[in-house]
Design a binder for this molecule. Structure first.
Ligand SMILES: [Zn+2]
Length: 299
């Protein structure tokens, strides 16, 4: 059970409704609103029906409190990412396959020329599930979670219905946004018997990314620990060493000026992995894994 996963119906919705009614009746002073809200949250927490969003919403009246006051500290705890910018790059795009010429254009990745992008991989069989869709779904769940925790979110593409942008431009978008941290979301497509599991692709110093190598590795450790704690997808048994692969051939890692990790969340050619990767529940769980790693990293 992951009670804080954002799904419909939203677990904290009832607490939110109750809170609104309570705060309307009290109206003034604002401090009473905060106290009533926190009491509602505590009651809901005791019954296990609260979500992080409800906590954040419930404690919002205290945001007007004096800095350093108990109310202000409560608000900071409710919105752990307030003032932070998080970049999300959902790899590929849903219609890349319609634009082979666009994908083939050459872009400089910091070390060499490479294709603008690829179509990404997909599951085999009659009901194909594309990597581009998987990436976008996880990104969307993550974005929603981040917003609820107070972050500003920058995505490299707004939907799964277009093409591109090219891999170098994705890095530039996140650099220009001055993201405090960023994730590139992918799934792998290796054909090899029994190959499965998640892998972290980490940058190698090459000039532009020199200042974020160490921080990216710290962030990678946070993600790996959170993935292992989830106990659903095993660490990769073929990509890198113990699921960590240092890559100097990817624009997203070579050109980054913000701490960044590319995650291959599983292998879309492995039946056991496919079962997880195509599950909305698992997608929401790994979005939550990323959220927890981001909160820990930015603390
Ligand atoms: Zn990919």
């Amino acid at each position: 059970m992951n009670k804080s996963v954002t799904a419909t119906p939203i677990p904290g919705r009832h607490a939110h409704t109750t809170l609104t009614a309570v705060t309307r009746r009290l109206a003034r002073p604002a401090r009473w609103l905060a106290i009533a809200a926190i009491a509602t949250v505590l009651a809901a927490t005791a019954t296990g029906t609260i979500s992080a969003h409800a906590v954040a919403t419930a404690t919002r009246p205290s945001l007007a409190a004096q800095p350093g006051s108990a109310d202000a500290m409560t608000a900071a705890a409710a919105l752990p990412l307030k003032g932070k910018i998080v970049g999300i790059d959902p790899g590929h795009n849903g219609r890349n396959h319609d634009y082979p010429g666009y994908l083939a254009q050459q872009v400089w990745n910091g070390r060499e020329w490479e294709d603008c992008d690829t179509t990404g991989t997909q599951t085999d069989g009659a009901h194909t599930y594309t990597e581009a869709l998987f990436n976008f779904r996880v990104a969307s769940y993550l974005k929603a979670d981040l917003l609820k925790d107070g972050a500003k979110v920058v995505m490299t593409r707004p939907n799964n219905k277009g093409r591109g942008p090219c891999v170098n431009k994705r890095a530039f978008i996140l650099n220009h946004a001055h993201a405090n941290v960023a994730v590139d979301i992918h799934a792998d497509g290796a054909y090899c018997g029994g190959c499965r599991g998640f892998a972290l692709l980490e940058p190698v110093a090459d000039g532009p990314n020199d200042r974020v190598i160490r921080s990216s590795r710290t962030f990678g450790s946070d993600i790996k620990a959170a993935m292992l704690a989830l106990k659903r997808m095993p660490v990769s048994n073929y990509d890198g060493t113990k699921g960590i692969s240092y890559r100097d051939d990817l624009a997203g890692l070579n050109l980054t000026k913000v701490p960044k990790i590319l995650i291959e969340f599983g292998n879309m050619k492995n039946a056991a992995d496919v079962k997880l990767l195509t599950s909305p529940t698992f997608q929401q769980q790994i979005a939550r894994v990323l959220l927890n790693a981001i909160v820990k990293f930015l603390k």
